[in-house]
Design a protein around this ligand. Structure first.
Ligand code: GAP
Length: 493
């Protein structure tokens, strides 16, 4: 029953996102492009506000973190050095009857979830461990054996007629340069992090940055995901917000713990109930990492990763030093002052990496509520997005009570003073109640109604989204009242 409600809630969020201009299927009039989405008028605003929250928390609030914007196209050798050309693969398997393709590990994950739901925890744990071992060893035949042993059938054909498991590289490639001859195969970046690594010394030298320091960036990443599902959870084109924090070797564990806590605090500041989040520490680590954890959120389809915090040692910078033949070392003058032997070293790196689209989905799910407003006399409900006011796409909606008697003109004058500081909207159609509902549905925290009294005493009613309470205030106070509620200080302070 709970799962049914969760599925229902998720479906409602998806249709609400479309109906109210948050997210559209890409190329919809051509029947869509799988796992690619467009953000509509309200989605673009919400997305920008999430970016701003992240950028301010990471860059503006830290004297030792700066932001960059590196290109999507990068030298192909970068992806050889980073390990993506050889190792950025998913194990895939096809069902011969339905011709459908799956990620082998995903089929096994689904089976583990099923065992857990059925109370077969021992079986679930054993399969998890066997799968992890096979993935770590890149033992593809063993993955197929596990699928067969656990009698996993294709969800479409219902048969167990499987091909062998093969590796599938997730990077998109294209030709760089107009001439067929001499043009090179390059890749659309699968993560933004490498743009930071290869600019490490440019930023350090031009900004005279001292370790420990960080470089942050927000940008698009592309992955040819074998299967894409759960709406904007797993996309082929998506956005990341990543920060690489460069530290002294030996201080990496301390900073790893620091960033774990700092990032969870960032999430919780939005008012999300604490029990909706958890850390998932990686037991089996990637070859370059000495610690890693995921921040997971409880989506309607279970706890899933939103952000990764990885202690990546000096792997990436060392690889770029080896592949580019350029020194990637940092001269630590402070060590000398502290009486320690100084010298050049390749810094260690703690990475925080969050998917913007997943954060967007999480925010929509968290905010969405169909509120029962029924009384003894009549049935009623409203759909409301309880977005944090700082994230809301529109901060204030301004309504003249009627379309005549100079009320629209007065309302426009108010909008003309507020619009420099706040994203405003103007609506004069329909009854006020209907207008409130439309704004509730996109999460607008304030609605301001201009009536005949406003013409006499320069006051208006301001209506608060969550409590639906209304109060009469002076027009001159509107900027302060709204400003206090939507201030970034409420999130960052
Ligand atoms: N530089 C490290 C890195 O890219 P990752 O765990 O592969 O690490 C980081 O990705 C975050 O990017 C994930 O936690 C997730 O939120 C987001 N992400 C990854 N693949 C995604 C996809 N196909 N669609 C949407 N978001 C994705």
């Amino acid at each position: 029953m709970a799962q049914k409600n969760n599925d229902e809630q998720f479906k409602n969020v998806i249709s609400h996102a479309k109906e109210y201009g948050f997210v559209f299927q890409s190329s919809e009039i051509y029947d869509g492009l799988s796992a690619v989405y467009d953000y509509g008028q309200n989605g673009a605003e919400l997305k920008n506000n999430i970016k701003t929250y992240w950028w301010k928390a990471m860059v503006q609030m830290h004297e030792n973190i700066v932001g960059i914007d590196s290109a999507i196209f990068m030298h192909p050798k970068i992806w050889k050095a980073s390990g993506h050309v050889d190792g950025f693969n998913d194990p895939m398997i096809d069902n011969k009857d339905s011709k459908k393709r799956y990620r082998a590990d995903q089929l096994l994950e689904d089976k583990i979830t099923k065992y857990e739901k059925d109370g077969k925890t021992d079986k679930a744990a054993k399969l998890q461990s066997d799968m992890d071992t096979a993935l770590q060893a890149e033992d593809l035949p063993q993955l197929k054996t596990l699928i067969e042993e656990h009698e996993i059938a294709c969800p479409v054909s219902g048969t167990k007629n499987w091909t062998d498991v093969r590796q599938f590289n997730l990077m998109f490639s294209t030709q760089f340069g107009a001439m067929a001859e001499g043009s090179d195969e390059i890749y659309l970046r699968p993560e933004t992090a490498q743009g930071i690594f290869v600019n490490f010394l440019n930023v350090q030298k031009s900004g005279r940055m001292k370790i420990p320091f960080g470089i942050a960036q927000i940008g698009k990443a592309f992955r040819n995901e074998v299967i894409a599902r759960q709406f904007i959870m797993r996309m082929r084109e998506f956005e990341q917000m990543e920060m690489q924090f460069f530290v002294r070797p030996g201080e990496d564990q301390k900073w790893f713990e620091y960033w774990k806590e700092a990032r969870l605090k960032w999430h919780k500041a939005l008012g999300t109930p604490a029990e909706k989040y958890r850390f998932h520490d990686h037991v089996k680590l990637a070859h370059y990492a000495n610690a890693a954890t995921d921040i997971e959120f409880e989506f309607p389809f279970g706890f899933k990763e939103v952000e990764g915090i990885h202690s990546r040692t000096d792997f990436d910078l060392s690889q770029h030093q080896a592949f580019s033949n350029k020194k990637m070392q940092y001269f630590d003058n402070d060590l000398n002052e502290e009486g320690k032997p100084y010298g050049n070293y390749i810094p260690y790196v703690i990475e925080t990496s969050i998917g913007l689209d997943r954060m967007f989905l999480l925010t929509m799910i968290n905010a969405f509520e169909v509120e029962d407003l029924s009384t003894d006399e009549k049935q009623d409900s409203r759909t409301v997005l309880h977005l944090h006011p700082a994230l809301a796409p529109v901060k204030v909606a301004i309504f003249p009570l009627t379309k005549k008697d100079g009320l629209p003109e007065k309302a426009r004058l108010i909008m003309d003073t507020l619009k420099f500081d706040f994203n405003c909207t103007f609506e004069e159609k329909d009854a006020i109640g209907k207008r409130y509902r439309r704004q509730d549905a996109i999460g607008t925290p304030f609605c301001v109604t201009v009536d005949h009294q406003s013409l006499e005493d320069d006051t208006v009613t301001i209506r608060h989204r969550d409590s639906m309470a209304q109060e009469r205030v002076a027009i001159a106070d509107l900027g302060r009242i709204i400003g206090e509620q939507v201030s970034w200080k409420n999130l960052l302070g």
